[in-house]
Design a protein around this ligand. Structure first.
Ligand code: ASP
Length: 341
């Protein structure tokens, strides 16, 4: 019988109302006892590195989850992480970079309703996550939620209440799960992990937390980069459309172009992406983006999600500050995170 390590971290799935608002108090053991249908599927070990609302999840917590997987790696066939939905897409992306080449599946799940709620989605999500983690063709990091399997780098929380909370962005879902049947995208289409691929597992070290996201809004002043420089070395810039950056404030001292080029020239990192949810960017298409597209020090997010860009930039800057190496690591696809190479 296969052996799964269940890593309980909190979230709505573990939450109860105590008069101050929902907060996670149920343990991993209590959650599994609430779903008798999973008995007999596999041997289950349970660890609980934390019990928190995922709003409070930080990069240091990603490392605690990574450590739990590393410690249990040889003695288990797969891993299921119970996690709050609000930052699950970030954690799934982070684990995709911190644990690469895993032949054993690492599945994140949670729920929109607590395990104790009358019409909860928690039971089916937990059950289907275990099914997916037990399947021989599963590997690497993914999210199983609402009957859909999404690559760990491609998820976004799209709905705050409905049970189909997550969407696979700019990439097909890896599989659908109908009750207890896994329906995978066709093999050979590039959308599913190749079960026979042989790669050594690689656990990576500390991500650099000095990375933030800046969303352009009409009228935003380029001086914002001076404020960010105190606390951040990497900025993911969510531009307009396929890649527009305002050209107003064109004096030498206060243009976006000056602020962004200075940021890069000072050894910091800028990643360009779009605030449009789907289809990625083409930075050079309009005049308002062309100068940035041609700047070799500016990284292009392509069709990656902002969540994955945050996690990847943190992971890259945690490895190196050498600009050549940063570029090389950034543009190397990991767990289906980008399709433009
Ligand atoms: N606030 C909760 C969390 O992210 C929401 C959820 O789990 O659905 O932990």
């Amino acid at each position: 019988m296969k052996k799964i390590l269940l890593i309980a971290t909190g979230g709505t799935i573990a939450s109860r109302e105590d008069g101050h608002g929902l907060s996670p108090t149920a343990t991993g053991e209590e959650l599994t006892e609430s779903v008798p249908e999973i008995a007999g599927l596999c041997e289950l070990d349970i660890v609980q590195p934390m019990n928190i609302d995922s709003t409070n999840m930080r990069p240091a917590d990603w490392l605690r989850i990574r450590d739990a997987i590393a410690e249990g790696y040889d003695s288990h066939d797969g891993f299921v992480i119970l996690h709050g939905t609000d930052t699950m897409a970030y954690t799934a992306a982070a684990l995709s970079y911190l644990i690469q080449g895993s032949a054993k599946p690492i599945v994140l799940t949670g729920s929109q309703q607590p395990m104790g709620a009358p019409f909860t989605d928690a039971k089916l999500n937990l059950y289907q996550s275990l099914l997916y983690a037990l399947d021989d063709a599963s590997r690497d990091v993914s999210i199983v939620f609402g009957g859909m399997v999404i690559a760990g780098t491609r998820a976004r929380k799209q709905r705050t209440m409905s049970y189909n909370a997550f969407k696979s962005i700019n990439f097909p879902p890896l599989a659908l799960i109908r009750t207890d049947k896994i329906v995978r995208a066709t093999l050979g289409g590039g959308a599913v992990p190749d079960p026979v691929r042989q790669e050594p597992i690689r656990f990576h070290d500390a991500p650099d937390e000095r990375v933030c996201v800046l969303k352009l809004t009409p009228g935003l002043t380029p001086a914002v980069f001076n404020l960010l420089a105190c606390d951040y070395d990497g900025v993911i810039l969510e531009t307009f459309g396929v890649g527009g950056i305002p050209a107003y404030g064109t004096d030498e001292g206060d243009s976006f172009q000056r602020a962004i080029f200075d940021w890069v020239d000072s050894g910091r990192t800028v990643v360009m992406t779009t605030q449009v949810p789907e289809e990625g960017m083409d930075l050079g298409l309009y005049e308002v983006g062309r100068a940035y597209a041609e700047h070799p020090g500016i990284l292009k997010g392509g069709d990656m999600t902002t969540e994955a860009l945050v996690a990847k930039t943190m992971w890259v800057l945690g490895q190196t500050r050498d600009p050549e190496r940063v570029r090389e690591l950034f543009y190397t696809p990991v767990n289906f995170d980008r399709t433009d190479g």
